[in-house]
Design a protein around this ligand. Structure first.
Ligand SMILES: Nc1ncnc2c1ncn2[C@@H]1O[C@H](COP(=O)(O)OP(=O)(O)OP(=O)(O)O)[C@@H](O)[C@H]1O
Length: 266
């Protein structure tokens, strides 16, 4: 479904600004896997998302989506495989267009898949039915300009637009971080519902550990461009924030120890 093989990304290579953003990343997601990604600032989480969506290409390594090698496929050609929701509620929708126009735009981006589902003829009905799943009464506001919606409503719409054509991969990039707690909860619940409904293969970056534990069947922790911890299924269900913190501490402790070792060698 998604296969990342030996992905490396170095920014400003060979300069004093050199930064290894991704270091030998190997990751395979099966259909329906929902992976939450945590890690400290600068760990490489956004770079990983940009690599999968095609915003960036790897220096070394291979990316496959649905068994197709997309490593050198530009973002606009990859978009038919990918749905993405960003942190900023303003990023995923066009404010001067109506809800219906926004949905139509998202729909046509992934038309071939959607057409196969035979929904093109009854598009308006399909949009309304899809909007109902948000429980925000937006199905009765098809002609409202999206710029008039609240942040939470816009983020819910972005989530719907990213998912309703059933992308091969759904990327959620701290998509609840800019919302107040009650709206964040609403979007978290919606995410769970929409992803489970269609068994979408999903990667979600979050700084909220509880959210990382509550959602998904897998969790990865990144640090300094590497995946340093992977937890799956039953093991993930048993995880707590405390355990995660201890694990994080342990791993970072080891890292600090090796830094000290290096310093002492110097
Ligand atoms: N375009 C770029 N040019 C130079 N360095 C970059 C670029 N993008 C990212 N980096 C660096 O690569 C490293 C990984 O960055 P990335 O944004 O992927 O981290 P992150 O885990 O998403 O962090 P955060 O949680 O703070 O958003 C960081 O050290 C960052 O400064």
């Amino acid at each position: 479904m998604l296969h990342l093989q030996q992905i490396n990304k170095i920014f400003n290579e060979g300069t004093s600004d050199e930064k290894i953003a991704l270091d030998q990343i190997n990751l395979t997601l099966e259909k329906g896997d929902f992976v939450t990604v945590i890690g400290s600032n600068g760990a490489g989480k956004s770079t990983l998302m940009n690599m999968i969506s095609g915003v960036l290409s790897p220096d070394v390594g291979k990316i496959q989506i649905e068994n197709k090698d997309v490593t050198r496929l530009p973002e606009f050609k990859r978009s038919k495989f990918i749905g993405r929701v960003f942190q900023d509620p303003m990023a995923g929708t066009a404010p001067s267009m109506t809800i219906e126009e926004n949905l139509a735009m998202a729909f046509s981006r992934n038309k071939s898949r959607a057409l196969r589902k035979g929904v093109d003829k009854n598009r308006k009905e399909f949009f309304k039915e899809s909007l109902k799943t948000l429980h925000l009464n937006l199905e009765n506001r098809l002609n409202a300009k999206v710029g008039l919606l609240s942040g939470g409503e816009r983020q819910a719409l972005s989530l719907l637009m990213a998912t309703f054509t059933q992308p091969s991969i759904l990327l959620l990039d701290e998509h609840t971080a800019a919302l107040d707690p009650s709206r964040a909860r609403l979007i978290t619940d919606l995410t769970k519902e929409l992803v489970e409904k269609d068994q979408l293969t999903t990667i979600m970056v979050t700084h909220n550990m509880q959210q990382a534990l509550d959602l998904g069947n897998r969790l990865i922790m990144m640090d300094k461009g590497q995946i340093i911890l992977e937890v799956k299924e039953e093991e993930k269900k048993k995880l707590t924030i405390d355990l995660l913190m201890k694990e994080f501490q342990k791993i970072r402790g080891e890292t600090m120890l090796s830094d000290k070792t290096l310093l002492s060698i110097d």
